[in-house]
Ligand binder design. Structure first.
Ligand SMILES: [Zn+2]
Ligand SMILES: [Zn+2]
Length: 394
Protein backbone atom coordinates (compact mmCIF):
# COMPACT_ATOMS: atom_id res chain seq x y z
CA UNK A 1 0.00 0.00 0.00
CA UNK A 2 2.77 2.42 0.88
CA UNK A 3 5.33 1.20 -1.67
CA UNK A 4 4.75 4.18 -4.00
CA UNK A 5 6.33 6.42 -1.37
CA UNK A 6 9.87 5.14 -1.88
CA UNK A 7 10.77 8.10 -4.14
CA UNK A 8 10.18 10.45 -1.24
CA UNK A 9 12.59 8.81 1.17
CA UNK A 10 15.70 10.52 2.40
CA UNK A 11 18.20 9.97 5.16
CA UNK A 12 17.32 10.90 8.75
CA UNK A 13 20.89 12.10 9.22
CA UNK A 14 20.50 13.07 12.89
CA UNK A 15 19.48 9.54 13.84
CA UNK A 16 22.03 7.92 11.49
CA UNK A 17 24.84 9.98 13.04
CA UNK A 18 23.80 9.08 16.61
CA UNK A 19 23.77 5.37 15.80
CA UNK A 20 27.03 5.53 13.82
CA UNK A 21 28.75 7.21 16.76
CA UNK A 22 27.51 4.48 19.05
CA UNK A 23 28.72 1.74 16.70
CA UNK A 24 32.11 3.46 16.42
CA UNK A 25 32.38 3.61 20.20
CA UNK A 26 31.61 -0.11 20.42
CA UNK A 27 34.34 -0.87 17.86
CA UNK A 28 36.81 1.19 19.89
CA UNK A 29 35.81 -0.72 22.99
CA UNK A 30 36.61 -3.98 21.23
CA UNK A 31 39.94 -2.53 20.11
CA UNK A 32 40.90 -1.73 23.67
CA UNK A 33 39.71 -5.15 24.78
CA UNK A 34 37.45 -3.72 27.36
CA UNK A 35 34.77 -6.22 28.19
CA UNK A 36 32.03 -3.81 29.08
CA UNK A 37 30.73 -0.78 27.26
CA UNK A 38 30.43 2.19 29.55
CA UNK A 39 27.54 4.41 28.54
CA UNK A 40 28.04 8.16 28.59
CA UNK A 41 28.72 9.30 32.12
CA UNK A 42 27.96 12.70 33.49
CA UNK A 43 30.81 14.70 35.02
CA UNK A 44 29.57 14.04 38.52
CA UNK A 45 29.84 10.30 38.01
CA UNK A 46 33.48 10.61 36.97
CA UNK A 47 34.26 12.43 40.18
CA UNK A 48 35.10 10.33 43.16
CA UNK A 49 36.23 11.16 46.63
CA UNK A 50 39.68 9.69 46.02
CA UNK A 51 40.25 12.27 43.32
CA UNK A 52 40.50 15.17 45.68
CA UNK A 53 43.86 16.51 46.62
CA UNK A 54 44.45 15.74 50.31
CA UNK A 55 46.09 19.11 51.04
CA UNK A 56 43.61 21.31 49.31
CA UNK A 57 40.44 19.47 50.16
CA UNK A 58 38.79 20.10 53.47
CA UNK A 59 36.42 17.24 53.95
CA UNK A 60 34.83 18.33 57.20
CA UNK A 61 31.14 17.71 57.06
CA UNK A 62 28.89 20.09 58.93
CA UNK A 63 25.81 18.43 60.36
CA UNK A 64 23.06 19.76 58.18
CA UNK A 65 19.89 21.14 59.72
CA UNK A 66 16.96 19.60 57.85
CA UNK A 67 15.03 22.10 55.78
CA UNK A 68 11.33 21.56 56.13
CA UNK A 69 9.95 24.89 54.91
CA UNK A 70 10.19 26.89 51.74
CA UNK A 71 9.46 30.34 50.42
CA UNK A 72 6.60 30.17 47.92
CA UNK A 73 8.10 33.14 46.04
CA UNK A 74 11.86 32.51 45.70
CA UNK A 75 11.73 28.77 46.58
CA UNK A 76 14.65 29.05 49.01
CA UNK A 77 14.42 26.36 51.70
CA UNK A 78 14.49 27.00 55.45
CA UNK A 79 14.75 24.96 58.65
CA UNK A 80 11.73 24.35 60.88
CA UNK A 81 12.31 27.26 63.28
CA UNK A 82 12.08 29.92 60.56
CA UNK A 83 8.72 31.47 59.75
CA UNK A 84 9.44 34.12 57.15
CA UNK A 85 11.66 34.39 54.08
CA UNK A 86 14.40 36.87 54.89
CA UNK A 87 14.60 37.98 51.24
CA UNK A 88 10.96 38.17 50.20
CA UNK A 89 9.52 38.92 53.66
CA UNK A 90 6.63 36.55 53.27
CA UNK A 91 5.39 33.60 55.28
CA UNK A 92 7.04 30.24 54.65
CA UNK A 93 5.14 27.09 53.73
CA UNK A 94 5.84 23.46 54.55
CA UNK A 95 7.58 21.37 51.88
CA UNK A 96 5.51 18.37 52.97
CA UNK A 97 2.31 20.20 52.08
CA UNK A 98 3.22 20.49 48.39
CA UNK A 99 0.87 18.30 46.36
CA UNK A 100 2.45 15.07 45.07
CA UNK A 101 2.54 14.98 41.28
CA UNK A 102 1.05 11.48 41.24
CA UNK A 103 -1.98 12.78 43.15
CA UNK A 104 -2.69 15.56 40.67
CA UNK A 105 -5.77 14.80 38.62
CA UNK A 106 -5.82 16.10 35.09
CA UNK A 107 -8.14 15.55 32.16
CA UNK A 108 -6.76 17.79 29.43
CA UNK A 109 -8.78 18.26 26.28
CA UNK A 110 -7.46 19.45 22.95
CA UNK A 111 -10.20 21.48 21.37
CA UNK A 112 -10.53 21.96 17.64
CA UNK A 113 -13.37 24.06 16.41
CA UNK A 114 -14.83 23.80 12.96
CA UNK A 115 -17.94 24.77 11.09
CA UNK A 116 -19.76 21.49 11.70
CA UNK A 117 -20.39 19.49 14.80
CA UNK A 118 -21.15 15.81 14.19
CA UNK A 119 -23.18 13.72 16.61
CA UNK A 120 -23.34 10.36 14.79
CA UNK A 121 -21.03 8.32 12.53
CA UNK A 122 -23.71 8.38 9.83
CA UNK A 123 -23.39 12.17 9.69
CA UNK A 124 -19.64 11.80 9.19
CA UNK A 125 -19.61 9.06 6.55
CA UNK A 126 -21.70 10.88 3.94
CA UNK A 127 -20.75 10.62 0.24
CA UNK A 128 -19.80 14.29 0.36
CA UNK A 129 -17.36 13.78 3.26
CA UNK A 130 -15.99 10.58 1.75
CA UNK A 131 -15.15 12.55 -1.35
CA UNK A 132 -13.47 15.25 0.73
CA UNK A 133 -11.30 12.57 2.35
CA UNK A 134 -10.43 11.00 -1.02
CA UNK A 135 -9.47 14.32 -2.59
CA UNK A 136 -7.92 16.36 0.19
CA UNK A 137 -4.64 18.19 -0.27
CA UNK A 138 -2.95 18.64 3.06
CA UNK A 139 -0.04 21.07 3.21
CA UNK A 140 3.04 21.03 5.45
CA UNK A 141 1.95 24.43 6.71
CA UNK A 142 -1.42 23.10 7.90
CA UNK A 143 0.41 20.17 9.50
CA UNK A 144 2.78 22.56 11.31
CA UNK A 145 -0.19 24.59 12.56
CA UNK A 146 -1.64 21.45 14.12
CA UNK A 147 1.66 20.70 15.85
CA UNK A 148 1.80 24.29 17.07
CA UNK A 149 -1.78 24.13 18.42
CA UNK A 150 -1.02 20.93 20.31
CA UNK A 151 2.09 22.53 21.82
CA UNK A 152 0.19 25.67 22.88
CA UNK A 153 -2.63 23.67 24.47
CA UNK A 154 -0.26 21.34 26.34
CA UNK A 155 2.04 24.10 27.60
CA UNK A 156 -0.87 26.19 28.86
CA UNK A 157 -2.27 23.10 30.62
CA UNK A 158 1.20 22.49 32.10
CA UNK A 159 1.33 26.08 33.38
CA UNK A 160 -2.14 25.69 34.78
CA UNK A 161 -1.20 22.46 36.63
CA UNK A 162 1.93 24.10 38.07
CA UNK A 163 0.04 27.18 39.21
CA UNK A 164 -3.13 25.61 40.56
CA UNK A 165 -1.19 22.99 42.54
CA UNK A 166 1.51 25.45 43.67
CA UNK A 167 4.21 23.18 42.25
CA UNK A 168 7.86 24.04 42.69
CA UNK A 169 9.46 22.56 39.59
CA UNK A 170 13.00 22.81 41.00
CA UNK A 171 12.09 20.41 43.83
CA UNK A 172 10.71 17.72 41.54
CA UNK A 173 12.53 14.53 40.63
CA UNK A 174 13.03 13.96 36.92
CA UNK A 175 10.27 11.30 36.98
CA UNK A 176 7.85 13.81 38.51
CA UNK A 177 8.78 16.44 35.92
CA UNK A 178 8.06 14.01 33.07
CA UNK A 179 4.89 12.81 34.81
CA UNK A 180 3.58 16.35 35.26
CA UNK A 181 4.34 17.12 31.61
CA UNK A 182 2.57 13.92 30.52
CA UNK A 183 -0.44 14.94 32.60
CA UNK A 184 -0.64 18.11 30.49
CA UNK A 185 -1.60 15.87 27.53
CA UNK A 186 -3.43 12.90 28.98
CA UNK A 187 -4.93 11.42 32.10
CA UNK A 188 -2.41 9.15 33.86
CA UNK A 189 -3.48 6.31 36.11
CA UNK A 190 -1.64 3.53 37.93
CA UNK A 191 -1.88 -0.16 37.39
CA UNK A 192 -0.32 -3.07 39.16
CA UNK A 193 -1.23 -5.98 36.89
CA UNK A 194 -0.11 -7.47 33.61
CA UNK A 195 3.22 -7.69 31.88
CA UNK A 196 3.32 -4.32 30.13
CA UNK A 197 5.00 -1.41 31.85
CA UNK A 198 2.33 0.87 30.52
CA UNK A 199 -0.58 1.07 28.13
CA UNK A 200 -2.29 3.83 26.26
CA UNK A 201 -5.99 3.45 25.65
CA UNK A 202 -8.48 6.13 24.71
CA UNK A 203 -6.83 9.29 26.07
CA UNK A 204 -5.51 7.59 29.19
CA UNK A 205 -2.14 6.14 30.10
CA UNK A 206 -1.93 3.41 32.72
CA UNK A 207 1.53 3.02 34.15
CA UNK A 208 3.01 0.40 36.42
CA UNK A 209 4.59 2.35 39.27
CA UNK A 210 6.36 -0.70 40.68
CA UNK A 211 9.03 -0.12 38.02
CA UNK A 212 12.17 1.93 38.65
CA UNK A 213 11.97 5.64 37.83
CA UNK A 214 14.03 5.40 34.61
CA UNK A 215 11.73 2.76 33.14
CA UNK A 216 8.62 4.69 34.14
CA UNK A 217 9.99 7.74 32.33
CA UNK A 218 10.70 5.93 29.06
CA UNK A 219 7.32 4.18 29.30
CA UNK A 220 5.58 7.53 29.75
CA UNK A 221 7.27 9.02 26.67
CA UNK A 222 6.43 5.87 24.66
CA UNK A 223 2.74 5.88 25.61
CA UNK A 224 2.52 9.64 25.18
CA UNK A 225 3.67 9.21 21.56
CA UNK A 226 0.76 6.83 20.97
CA UNK A 227 -1.55 9.53 22.25
CA UNK A 228 0.07 12.20 20.07
CA UNK A 229 -0.07 10.30 16.78
CA UNK A 230 -3.78 9.68 17.45
CA UNK A 231 -4.26 13.35 18.32
CA UNK A 232 -2.45 14.55 15.17
CA UNK A 233 -4.63 12.31 12.97
CA UNK A 234 -7.82 13.48 14.72
CA UNK A 235 -6.90 17.11 14.18
CA UNK A 236 -6.07 16.50 10.50
CA UNK A 237 -9.51 14.88 10.05
CA UNK A 238 -11.17 17.92 11.69
CA UNK A 239 -9.26 20.23 9.40
CA UNK A 240 -10.31 18.32 6.26
CA UNK A 241 -13.96 18.02 7.30
CA UNK A 242 -14.04 21.47 8.93
CA UNK A 243 -15.62 20.11 12.11
CA UNK A 244 -15.26 20.15 15.90
CA UNK A 245 -13.13 17.47 17.46
CA UNK A 246 -15.07 15.04 19.62
CA UNK A 247 -15.07 11.39 20.66
CA UNK A 248 -16.44 10.32 17.25
CA UNK A 249 -13.40 11.73 15.47
CA UNK A 250 -11.06 10.25 18.11
CA UNK A 251 -12.73 6.85 17.61
CA UNK A 252 -12.09 7.04 13.85
CA UNK A 253 -8.39 7.86 14.23
CA UNK A 254 -8.02 5.12 16.86
CA UNK A 255 -9.62 2.66 14.44
CA UNK A 256 -7.35 3.77 11.58
CA UNK A 257 -4.23 3.27 13.68
CA UNK A 258 -5.24 -0.21 14.76
CA UNK A 259 -7.16 -1.97 11.99
CA UNK A 260 -4.17 -2.92 9.81
CA UNK A 261 -0.85 -4.42 10.92
CA UNK A 262 0.94 -1.94 8.65
CA UNK A 263 -0.64 1.05 10.42
CA UNK A 264 0.02 -0.57 13.79
CA UNK A 265 3.65 -0.82 12.73
CA UNK A 266 3.73 2.91 11.87
CA UNK A 267 2.21 3.79 15.26
CA UNK A 268 4.43 1.42 17.21
CA UNK A 269 7.63 2.31 15.39
CA UNK A 270 6.96 5.99 15.96
CA UNK A 271 6.48 5.43 19.72
CA UNK A 272 9.60 3.26 19.81
CA UNK A 273 11.66 5.99 18.14
CA UNK A 274 10.39 8.75 20.42
CA UNK A 275 11.19 6.56 23.43
CA UNK A 276 14.72 6.13 22.00
CA UNK A 277 15.23 9.89 22.00
CA UNK A 278 14.79 9.85 25.78
CA UNK A 279 16.66 6.62 26.51
CA UNK A 280 19.93 5.43 25.02
CA UNK A 281 20.18 3.53 21.78
CA UNK A 282 20.23 -0.20 22.35
CA UNK A 283 18.22 0.11 25.55
CA UNK A 284 14.73 0.70 24.18
CA UNK A 285 12.05 -1.91 24.23
CA UNK A 286 12.34 -3.35 20.71
CA UNK A 287 9.65 -5.94 21.35
CA UNK A 288 7.04 -3.21 20.97
CA UNK A 289 7.30 -3.25 17.18
CA UNK A 290 9.33 -6.38 16.34
CA UNK A 291 6.33 -8.60 17.00
CA UNK A 292 4.22 -6.68 14.48
CA UNK A 293 7.11 -6.55 12.02
CA UNK A 294 7.61 -10.32 12.26
CA UNK A 295 3.91 -10.94 11.68
CA UNK A 296 4.18 -9.00 8.40
CA UNK A 297 7.14 -10.98 7.07
CA UNK A 298 6.12 -13.05 4.06
CA UNK A 299 2.79 -11.22 3.91
CA UNK A 300 4.27 -8.02 2.68
CA UNK A 301 7.37 -7.10 0.67
CA UNK A 302 10.32 -6.12 2.87
CA UNK A 303 10.41 -2.76 1.15
CA UNK A 304 6.87 -1.91 2.24
CA UNK A 305 7.64 -2.81 5.86
CA UNK A 306 10.63 -0.46 5.73
CA UNK A 307 8.48 2.33 4.29
CA UNK A 308 5.94 1.89 7.11
CA UNK A 309 8.86 2.27 9.56
CA UNK A 310 10.03 5.36 7.65
CA UNK A 311 6.53 6.85 8.01
CA UNK A 312 6.66 6.07 11.75
CA UNK A 313 10.10 7.64 11.95
CA UNK A 314 8.82 10.80 10.22
CA UNK A 315 5.87 11.05 12.65
CA UNK A 316 8.30 10.60 15.53
CA UNK A 317 10.32 13.65 14.42
CA UNK A 318 7.30 15.93 14.91
CA UNK A 319 6.27 14.19 18.12
CA UNK A 320 9.78 14.69 19.52
CA UNK A 321 9.47 18.33 18.53
CA UNK A 322 6.30 18.61 20.67
CA UNK A 323 7.90 16.86 23.66
CA UNK A 324 11.09 18.91 23.43
CA UNK A 325 9.14 22.10 24.06
CA UNK A 326 9.60 21.17 27.72
CA UNK A 327 11.97 18.19 27.77
CA UNK A 328 15.02 20.14 26.59
CA UNK A 329 18.67 19.05 26.44
CA UNK A 330 19.17 19.45 30.21
CA UNK A 331 16.13 17.40 31.15
CA UNK A 332 16.99 14.81 28.50
CA UNK A 333 20.41 14.40 30.07
CA UNK A 334 18.75 13.98 33.49
CA UNK A 335 16.45 11.33 32.03
CA UNK A 336 19.34 9.39 30.50
CA UNK A 337 21.35 9.55 33.74
CA UNK A 338 18.34 8.32 35.71
CA UNK A 339 17.74 5.53 33.20
CA UNK A 340 21.36 4.33 33.11
CA UNK A 341 21.49 4.54 36.88
CA UNK A 342 18.39 2.35 37.22
CA UNK A 343 19.03 -0.30 34.64
CA UNK A 344 21.43 -3.19 35.04
CA UNK A 345 20.87 -4.63 31.58
CA UNK A 346 23.59 -4.23 29.02
CA UNK A 347 22.57 -2.55 25.78
CA UNK A 348 21.48 -4.76 22.93
CA UNK A 349 23.63 -3.59 20.05
CA UNK A 350 22.51 -6.28 17.66
CA UNK A 351 19.08 -4.63 17.92
CA UNK A 352 20.46 -1.49 16.27
CA UNK A 353 20.06 -3.32 12.96
CA UNK A 354 16.30 -2.88 13.41
CA UNK A 355 16.61 0.92 13.50
CA UNK A 356 15.30 2.72 10.45
CA UNK A 357 17.15 5.93 9.65
CA UNK A 358 14.97 7.17 6.82
CA UNK A 359 12.44 9.93 6.80
CA UNK A 360 10.00 11.13 4.16
CA UNK A 361 10.29 14.49 2.44
CA UNK A 362 7.51 16.97 3.26
CA UNK A 363 5.70 16.04 0.05
CA UNK A 364 6.09 12.32 0.71
CA UNK A 365 4.84 12.71 4.28
CA UNK A 366 1.69 14.52 3.12
CA UNK A 367 1.21 11.72 0.59
CA UNK A 368 1.56 9.13 3.38
CA UNK A 369 -1.05 10.91 5.50
CA UNK A 370 -3.39 10.94 2.52
CA UNK A 371 -2.91 7.19 1.99
CA UNK A 372 -3.47 6.41 5.68
CA UNK A 373 -6.66 8.47 5.88
CA UNK A 374 -8.23 7.72 2.51
CA UNK A 375 -7.92 3.97 2.91
CA UNK A 376 -8.64 4.19 6.64
CA UNK A 377 -11.91 6.02 6.08
CA UNK A 378 -13.08 3.44 3.54
CA UNK A 379 -12.45 0.61 5.98
CA UNK A 380 -13.84 2.52 8.97
CA UNK A 381 -17.07 3.13 7.08
CA UNK A 382 -17.58 -0.65 6.95
CA UNK A 383 -16.99 -1.09 10.70
CA UNK A 384 -19.40 1.30 12.37
CA UNK A 385 -20.06 -1.13 15.24
CA UNK A 386 -16.38 -1.20 16.12
CA UNK A 387 -16.26 2.62 15.92
CA UNK A 388 -19.21 2.84 18.29
CA UNK A 389 -17.51 0.61 20.82
CA UNK A 390 -14.37 2.79 20.64
CA UNK A 391 -16.42 5.95 20.93
CA UNK A 392 -18.01 4.76 24.17
CA UNK A 393 -14.57 4.21 25.66
CA UNK A 394 -13.51 7.85 25.25
ZN1 LIG B 1 11.75 34.21 49.35
ZN1 LIG C 1 3.61 0.98 22.06
Amino acid sequence: MYSGLSDYLRLDSKKRRAIDELIRSIENEVLFESSEFVPELSDSEYYSHEDCNEDACICLEEPEIPKTKYCPKCHRQYPEMENFCSECLIRLKRIDDITKVRDIQSKPSFEVEGFKSYTTFEEIFTPENMEKIQNFKFTPQKYNNIIKNIKIAALSEFDNLVRSNEMVLDYLSILDKVLLFTKSFVEVDYKSYGQELGVFTFNKIDIDDRQVDGLQITTLTHELSHFLIKEILSQIICSILDCNKNSLIDAISTFILTYSPLNRLIDEYSAHTVEGRFTAYGYQDYSSFIQIQESLKGEMPEEEIEIAKSIGNTFSITIKDILESYLDDDLRREIKDQFLNDTRDSPKYEMLAYENCKQLTKKGFMQAIWLILSEGFEVANRHIEKLESYEKAF
